[in-house]
Design a protein around this ligand. Sequence first.
Ligand code: AMP
Length: 381
Amino acid sequence: MNGSRVLVLNSGSSSVKYQLLDMADGSRPASGIVERIGEGPVTDHAAALKQVADELAAKGLGLDSPELAAVGHRVVHGGTRFTEPTLITDEVVGEIEKLIPLAPLHNPANVTGIKVARSLRPDLPQVAVFDTAFHSTIPEAAARYAIDVATADRWGVRRYGFHGTSHAYVSRATAKLLGKEPAEVNTIVLHLGNGASASAVRGGTCVETSMGLTPLEGLVMGTRSGDIDPAAIFHLSRVGGMSTDEIDTLLNKRSGLAGLCGDNDMREIGRRMGEGDRAAQLAFDIYIHRLRKYVGAYTAVLGRVDAIAFTAGVGENSAAVREAAMRGLTAFGIEVDGVRNALRSAAARLISTEASRVAVAVVPTDEELEIASQTFDLVSA
Ligand code: AMP
């Protein structure tokens, strides 16, 4: 292998995000997004990938450039089969396709991205990095739902967890911020973006996370409900006459902050709260209540918490969410410093007081860097 660059591809249902990272000097020579796949001139994922290739070529950074060492693909669901970054072969593509029933909204686009990228550069090593992988260490007691074991196993119903690339990166970066090795630190990571998830990481190993079989479980999100009594689904079906697909859409697209107040953007919710908007305030309160429940639960799971890390769009930017989530937790050894919390910065930073036993931190996530590093490590091994 000669090159030092990795192209990271994140093929979503309606967009393809890409970033070219140079692992030798840490630079990022190119990045971009192709959106609205299927709506306009970009008719499908093949056309989107072609556009990515063209945009790179226009900058003299085409897929054929000798500096390119590998392509790293984000893949949402690795099931129990994939717990590590994996060099892509025909067999691996087939295995990822077999996981489509577990992630019907995500894996098909990931697979298409892989196939098209491989067809464009068949000789180039390509690596799949799975969103579920970091959570594969969660013990059985936390990963299993309390349902009939044979049925659960037959259909693969268990907690897989998602955003693993982010939880892995942020938990390590938090240890670094504290000047410690990951093995020395117990951390609660709060990934609060449009999707949101919490994880409990003991000494660098994930032991619990809030997303489950799918990314629907857990925290209140931009448009997803998070935790809900599963019997609500039977009720909506039997009494409300809703179809499975309608309920799926309700819980994934018309719930969370958007379902509660009509907005899924925390900035807009903050603005509305400032005007005394009751629905926005209630949506915020429900969001915070759920978050605090998880912080309490994961404190009990870990026994000793050294750090709580806020990351992703909301976690990195909303001082109001961080303040409300951490308020009144001095009995837990958690104390946020108002001035530190209000400071805006792109760097990882502490926001807790000197007296706080638990370090509270804002740690910007970098999933592209994590995917590129895992990819590069694998192909240069
Ligand atoms: P992500 O999925 O990580 O890109 O996060 C996207 C979400 O972050 C948006 O939907 C907003 O709710 C939130 N967000 C982004 N910037 C800010 C900000 N300055 N203040 C509050 N929330 C923000």
